[in-house]
Design a protein around this ligand. Structure first.
Ligand code: PLP
Length: 371
């Protein structure tokens, strides 16, 4: 736990009870897409809270339809059908279930160092889960892990028993590891060749974070199923499985269900998040500020960069945790990753150039050799 307790937030700043303001370059694990107290998000939430606070998906609701349409429109062409859930793990759990059920196959191919969540199916395809925190006696499906960027190993693993390959476009927790672009294309091709489904886990990378609506756009691949969560509702718990029309057509009543998924308050937030991303040109801003971060962060503390847009991994000479703590002392919040030498930046999409400059200045001050 960090030595800072925020009690409120505004824009890209958090504030504690004593009035200390901290620049947030971590966004609550990529959740605060619009930063804090964005007026349009707040207004949408208040309006929905005053109108209808809850009904399940037993009944039709215009706000849910609007959120689903907005999300399908934001997603790559072809991914037109949306099922709302409550978290990233739940989205992956459903995507895995759909792929295995519809293909009738028992095996999933996953990638070394991947993180997909802490529920049974999502954990089963998470690297290292068995030895560290995977608590179930057995996995609900067969899983084969393949090394990153090794197309030969991938093609050997994806066979006629494979129902799905699950992959993050940029591996978040692993330290913003970006694959060779041809690797994602190879995953698509291997799935198509063998009749398996490609699941793109965009729980962390989606909703504009990579400087494109989704990583699928950045790498020009269309998966069968795309999962997203985190920034989707700007801070409310929400996730989604976005799928090809053909897949949705094969699902019957009761195949997918949830009590809270698609609830009206979360849907009002989803609609507002997408509207603001479009109206404020946040995708373009992510690209510009991310490029500036890469250009200007050259310091004796930073050896190289990974990732894209606002999912950036800075490979640091000192331990990333030591640098994160020193930055927090200078009122800048950053994150670490599974790689002890990668500092992770997941700032709100509303970050501006002056915030980039503040970060660059702080790094400069810390480059005096004391770390
Ligand atoms: N998938 C990815 C790529 C993630 O980064 C995460 C969370 O960090 C998850 C899935 C799990 O999401 P949640 O914590 O909302 O269940």
């Amino acid at each position: 736990m960090l030595a800072f307790e925020p009690v409120k937030g505004s824009g890209v700043y958090l504030e504690d009870a004593a009035g200390r303001r901290v620049l947030d370059l971590y966004g609550g694990h990529a959740v605060a897409a619009l930063g804090y107290a964005h007026p349009k998000l707040t207004e949408a939430l208040v309006t929905q809270l005053e109108t209808l606070q809850f009904q399940s998906n037993l009944v039709p609701m215009a706000v849910r339809d609007r959120a689903a349409d907005a999300l399908a429109d934001f997603a790559p062409a072809g991914l037109d059908r949306v099922f709302f859930v409550n978290s990233g793990a739940e989205a992956n759990e459903n995507a895995l279930k759909i792929a295995l059920k519809l293909t009738g196959r028992p095996k999933v191919v996953a990638i070394e160092h991947a993180f997909h969540g802490r529920t049974a199916g999502a954990a089963a395809v998470t690297w290292g889960a068995k030895t560290s925190w995977y608590g179930y006696p057995q996995t609900p499906m067969e899983v084969e892990f393949v090394p990153r960027d090794d197309i030969e190993a991938l093609n050997a693993a994806v066979d006629e028993r494979t129902g799905a390959v699950i992959i993050e476009p940029v591996q978040g927790l692993a330290g913003a590891y970006d694959f060779k672009p041809e690797y994602l294309v190879a995953v698509r091709e291997a799935c198509s060749r063998q009749g398996a489904m490609m699941i793109l886990d965009e729980v962390q990378t989606g909703m504009g974070r990579l400087g494109e609506p989704f990583g699928a756009d950045l790498y020009d691949v269309v998966p069968d199923l795309l999962t997203t969560a985190k920034g989707l509702a700007g801070g409310l718990p929400a996730g989604a499985v976005i799928m090809l029309d053909d897949i949705a057509m094969e699902l019957g009543p009761g195949d997918l269900a949830t009590t809270f998924g698609g609830a009206p308050v979360a849907c009002a937030a989803i609609e507002a998040v997408i509207t603001v991303i479009r109206e404020e040109g946040l995708i373009e801003r992510v690209r510009e500020c991310s490029a500036a971060l890469r250009q200007q962060c050259g310091s004796s503390l930073v050896e190289s960069f990974h990732g894209a847009g606002y999912l950036l991994g800075l490979r640091t000479t000192p331990k990333a945790a030591a640098l994160r703590n020193a930055l927090l002392e200078r009122d800048i919040l950053t994150g670490t990753s599974a790689d002890p030498h990668v500092l992770r930046l997941l700032p709100p999409l509303v970050l501006e150039m002056n915030h980039v400059e503040a970060f660059v200045a702080a790094l400069g001050e810390l480059s005096d050799g004391t770390l």
